[in-house]
Write a protein that binds this ligand. Structure first.
Ligand code: HEC
Ligand code: HEC
Length: 317
């Protein structure tokens, strides 16, 4: 059992015990967590690749950078404080520190760069791609190219990908598994019902997650401490794919695809930090970066014009 799961499990157990009084037994049973025996995100991807075990990280200068990269994945703010602006850790969305197939593993990414990205309309190196994670998912600041943080994450990704063919951009297990288009258009009210029954027990009714003894045990899904409007998870499609294959935690693939789309819509239908690519108004920012059906930015959901919070706040304020 990884250290990360060891940290989560006791807290989870105490939350579950504390909730017995308020949570009906049916939903309690639904959140029982058995991370090792439950099907995980890797199961349905057809991936046959096993990344090396962390205990085999070499004990030399190179190994130190690999280990630093792994540490940044698990405890981002501790190991890269100057670049992280929220309470998320990379591992929250890249299960097992980026090792697990079906959870956007770093080994699948490593062999796929440099690559053209429509997001910024240029060929991105792997370091460019990593910079984007800090700017959007971590609502932070881009580490400079060549900085220890990017070198460490690159070294760790390279080490994880040992033996994989370079350029195999469609390798099984890369990204999040595809999800069929929903039969019914994703819906806020249906999504709210899915959320209340399957997610709120850990991520809290207000979506802000749970902090125990100063440690974020269940990460925030929206609000000031979550990813910002420029992040990949802000796309309903990415969120639905991630949620279907990874959530509820320890119960991958237990929602129907429709439920995953609905709860993704509900989650991404809430306010979060401004898109740092702010164009001066919500309408202009939507027109330039969000004009597609997978983004709710700049649309009115549940009476709120999403993204209407003014210019991005300076980093760390
Ligand atoms: C809030 C969730 C979230 C967090 C936190 C997060 N990521 Fe990601 N990451 C994603 C999503 C979603 C994608 C896929 C995005 C897309 O396709 O646009 C992604 C993609 C990536 C990719 C490219 C994967 C590929 O196969 O091309 C890399 C590399 C990556 N993230 C690294 C990181 C690192 C390093 C951190 C921490 C500094 C981090 N991410 C934090 C959600 C997250
Ligand atoms: C048993 C507790 C639990 C339940 C229930 C649960 N999650 Fe999570 N969720 C977690 C944990 C723990 C993580 C971080 C995983 C990690 O760090 O390895 C997480 C991470 C996430 C993330 C990525 C990080 C972020 O904050 O954006 C999203 C999105 C998410 N969960 C959505 C959901 C949704 C939607 C549901 C309901 C369908 C759900 N979760 C149910 C525990 C839970």
């Amino acid at each position: 059992m990884s250290k990360h799961i060891q940290q989560i499990k006791p807290v989870l157990t105490s939350i579950l015990l504390a909730s017995v009084a308020v949570v009906p037994m049916a939903s309690l049973a639904a959140v029982e967590v058995t991370p090792k025996s439950a099907p995980n995100a890797a199961v349905l991807t057809g991936s046959t690749f096993t990344p090396p075990d962390p205990s085999t990280i070499p004990n030399d200068e190179f190994g130190k950078m690999v280990q630093l990269g792994r540490n940044i994945m698990f405890e981002s703010k501790k190991y890269a404080p100057q670049y992280v602006g929220n309470s998320l850790n990379c591992v929250n969305c890249h299960t097992d520190g980026g090792a697990m197939a079906g959870s956007a593993p770093l080994w699948g990414a490593w062999v796929s760069y440099p690559a053209y990205r429509s997001k910024n309309k240029k060929v991105n190196t792997y370091e460019d791609r990593l910079q984007g994670c800090f700017r959007y998912s971590m609502n932070g600041k881009m580490p400079p190219l060549g900085s220890d943080v990017l070198v460490a994450l690159s070294a760790y990704s390279y080490w994880l990908a040992k033996g994989l063919p370079t350029g195999d951009t469609k390798i099984a297990g890369r990204g999040y598994p595809d999800l069929p288009e929903p039969k019914q258009a994703p819906d806020f009210v249906r999504g709210q019902a899915v959320y209340e029954a399957n997610c709120a027990i850990c991520h809290a009714a207000n979506g802000e997650g749970r902090v125990v003894n100063g440690t974020v045990v269940f990460p925030p899904l929206w609000g000031a401490q979550s990813f910002n409007w420029g992040a990949g998870m802000g796309s309903i499609k990415n969120a639905a794919k991630f949620i279907f294959a990874n959530m509820p935690y320890g119960q991958s693939y237990s929602l129907t695809p429709q439920q995953a789309w609905d709860v993704a819509y509900f989650m991404d239908g809430h306010e979060r930090p401004q898109d740092p690519r702010w164009e001066g108004s919500v309408a202009a920012t939507r027109a330039k970066y969000h004009d597609n059906k997978n983004s709710l930015y700049g649309t009115k959901v549940n009476g709120v014009l999403l993204g209407d919070t003014g210019a991005p706040k300076p980093f760390n304020e």
